[in-house]
Design a protein around this ligand. Structure first.
Ligand code: SAM
Length: 386
């Protein structure tokens, strides 16, 4: 278990406004609920910590009597930095006080550039935040508009400078590629701008149109185009060239980092580790059991403050499901997946995929070679269909 790590995820479901592409559990215009939600986070962190490792593991699972040391805390959203910095810092401190975070544990806060100030960042650094994951999405003004982003192309750079001046050691920028209207030059310029900001980690996601989003409604009305798969493949190739030439290595389908700057927290997900999920709609995974929080922030906070169940549901993950999930997650990373976690596999299909250059068989591990990593989902589908 130890090399897979264990993490803590806290969800902050509030945003100043909803971006057109977003289908995360987020809400705009509910700022008056924030104080109660923050109080709910404190109550739930204390309750979870006092209750000890959650759930009954499935038969045969190895149940630990006590918490492991957590290697990461990730506060995601929504927009955690919409909270007053002192409140957000207080929640981070509460986790540190109640749960055994490893010395030097990675502590990440997701941020929207509009909500970043040097003073606010300094407050977070004082509470032990060492990493900020900031949404930049694009540095082309017309692409930002198409995505429903309200900040201009300069704001993310100013926010990075503020975070760095405040002592944030590690900064990651999120980008979205392949938005219709984005030209190849826009994308190349966006990547160069990210590099000029000196970040050591980049998440570059291909735009997906999620049902129920404003972007999906615009596509339906004919006011926006759906992204094109061939364009997405071209964008990925350019990202590999530009980021790779600058010394950032791709370690997951959509994630690049300088060596040693990979996200510890996300690697825990991809390696099949365990994490506590705390907050509205937050998913957690612990020793073969998965749960998710009530989605509505007010309902979740009410339950947390009343000490009643905050989970909207839970399930035990059986062995075949676990194998499938390990295959899907593991093959998205350059390190791949241990055969022991996914066997039995169809050896003839493995051999055919290896011959086709989209799978490498290292004996005890299977992995998708980095140049083909963008095809990982298709490789998984072939293996599952075999
Ligand atoms: C939970 S969001 C948090 C970002 C932060 N609240 C902000 O405003 O920048 C995390 C990231 O997921 C990515 N993302 C979310 N929905 C997406 C979609 N439909 N297609 C591609 N990327 C998406 C974006 O890059 C976004 O920055």
């Amino acid at each position: 278990m130890t090399d897979q790590g264990a993490g803590v995820y806290l969800h902050v479901p509030f945003c100043a406004h909803r971006c057109h592409y977003c289908d995360f559990n987020t809400y705009a215009g509910l700022d008056d609920q924030i104080p109660r939600y923050v109080a709910g986070l404190h109550a739930e962190i204390a309750r979870v910590a006092a209750a000890g490792p959650p759930g009954v593991a499935p038969p045969g699972a190895d149940v630990e009597p006590d918490w492991p040391v957590f290697s990461s805390l990730f506060v995601g959203g929504g927009t955690p930095t919409l909270l007053d910095p002192a409140d957000l810092a207080g929640v981070v401190r509460r986790v540190r006080d109640e749960l055994p975070l490893a010395p030097g544990a990675e502590v990440t806060v997701e941020a929207n550039p509009e909500t970043v100030t040097a003073g606010g960042m300094a407050t977070l650094v004082d509470a032990g935040v060492d990493r900020v994951s900031m949404g930049a999405q694009s540095f082309a003004p017309h692409v930002l508009r198409a995505l429903g982003r309200r900040h201009d192309a300069e704001r993310p750079l100013a926010a990075v400078a503020d975070a760095r001046a405040a002592g944030v050691r590690r900064i990651s920028l999120d980008l979205i590629s392949g938005t219709p209207g984005e030209t190849p030059e826009d994308w190349a310029a966006t990547l160069r701008t990210v590099l000029s900001a000196g970040t050591d980690h980049v998440s570059a996601y291909a735009l997906t149109v999620e049902p129920g989003t404003e972007y999906a409604a615009r596509v339906r009305r004919g006011d926006a185009l759906a992204p094109d798969e061939d364009v997405q493949a071209e964008r990925e190739a350019v990202a590999r060239d530009v980021l790779g030439a600058a010394g950032l290595a791709r370690y997951e389908v959509s994630n690049w980092a300088r060596r040693g700057q990979e996200s510890v927290h996300n690697l825990t997900y991809w390696r099949g580790g365990d994490w506590l999920g705390i907050g509205a709609g937050a998913h957690g995974h612990w020793r073969g059991r998965r749960w998710w929080g009530l989605r509505a922030p007010a309902r979740w906070a009410d339950a947390a403050l009343a000490g009643t169940a905050t989970a909207g549901g839970e399930e035990l993950i059986d062995a075949p499901t676990r194998r499938t999930e390990r295959l899907m997650m593991g093959l998205r990373t350059v390190e791949g997946v241990a055969r022991a976690e996914i066997e039995p596999v169809a050896e003839a299909t493995v051999a055919a995929l290896v011959r086709g250059g989209v799978l490498a068989d290292d004996g005890d591990r299977l992995r998708v070679p980095e140049p083909a990593l963008g095809l990982a989902d298709g490789v998984v589908r072939r293996l599952l269909a075999a």
